[in-house]
Design a protein around this ligand. Structure first.
Ligand code: AR6
Length: 231
């Protein structure tokens, strides 16, 4: 328990110091902190084994396109560890492209406890889902379904039975869900990315032409779903 607390304290400090370094203000005062925020994990890069360098290009380009078109929203890429390679790759590329640090941030922490443990308010969180939209399994999918409680499973089934690779579905969280009550999250957006793991369904056999297209489609569908619930 104590080490978890330390971890989150450190994460929050890092977020603040990152913002300060970038010339933004610390959590709570920044203009970006007022914007509806989507927190999302890096889709497909853990259990689905997608190449991190290619994924980081796609994240940064998709985010930049989206932020050019839609005002007054913020995107936050989240991962569990401050040693996350995808976070460092994305940070580097975001800086190179000069993307506004009030509108795109990276954040280290558990996506199910961003406000309670990290002070980051998010309107919606994205889930790296499976095609059956089933709770459990591993990774971020298991964490989100567990934290949101049965309410998310029921609300998800009302919206969709399955998901195609490259698509997403936004599910409004019932106000009884702990994620809604504790974290202030109003929507979970399930998104299915490309799979490069031979042990999982829809295996792409290392075909990165298809894989990159599906990952781009997945992010653009995710960001559109977010805009449709936030704007
Ligand atoms: N908070 C923030 N980030 C997390 C958390 C968390 N609680 N848990 C994992 N991550 P993955 P995929 C990061 O494997 O590769 C599932 O079982 C993790 O470090 O969850 O798209 C589904 O059911 C990584 O950066 O998703 C699918 O079958 C990112 O989230 C399959 O795995 C995505 O890791 C999807 O695989």
């Amino acid at each position: 328990q104590q080490s978890i607390m330390k971890f989150f304290k450190k994460s929050a400090r890092e977020e603040n110091s990152q913002k300060e370094k970038e010339g933004g203000s610390s959590s709570g005062n920044g203009a970006g902190n007022e914007f509806p925020t989507l927190a999302f994990p890096s889709i497909s890069t853990a259990d689905f084994q997608f190449d991190l360098d290619k994924a980081s290009d796609i994240i940064v380009e998709s985010a930049q396109d989206f932020l050019k078109r839609v005002d007054n929203v913020r995107l936050a890429l989240v991962d569990l560890s401050d040693k996350s390679r995808i976070i460092s790759l994305v940070r580097e590329k975001v800086m190179k492209k000069g993307i506004d640090s009030n509108r795109f941030i990276t954040f280290v922490g558990d996506i199910t406890m961003l406000y309670s443990k990290g002070g980051l308010r998010c309107t919606a969180i994205a889930n790296a889902a499976n095609w059956r939209l089933k709770p459990g399994g591993g990774g971020v999918n298991a964490a989100i379904f567990k934290a949101a409680g049965e309410a998310l499973d029921i609300a998800t089934k009302e919206r969709a039975e399955t998901l195609n690779p490259g698509s997403s579905v936004a599910v409004p969280l019932p106000s009884t869900s702990p994620l809604y009550q504790r974290e202030g999250v109003t929507h979970v957006i399930h998104v299915l990315g490309p799979n490069m793991n031979p042990q999982r369904p829809n295996y792409l056999q290392n075909d990165y032409t298809k894989g990159c297209k599906i990952l781009r489609d997945a992010y653009s569908s995710l960001f559109e779903s977010f805009a449709s619930v936030a704007c």
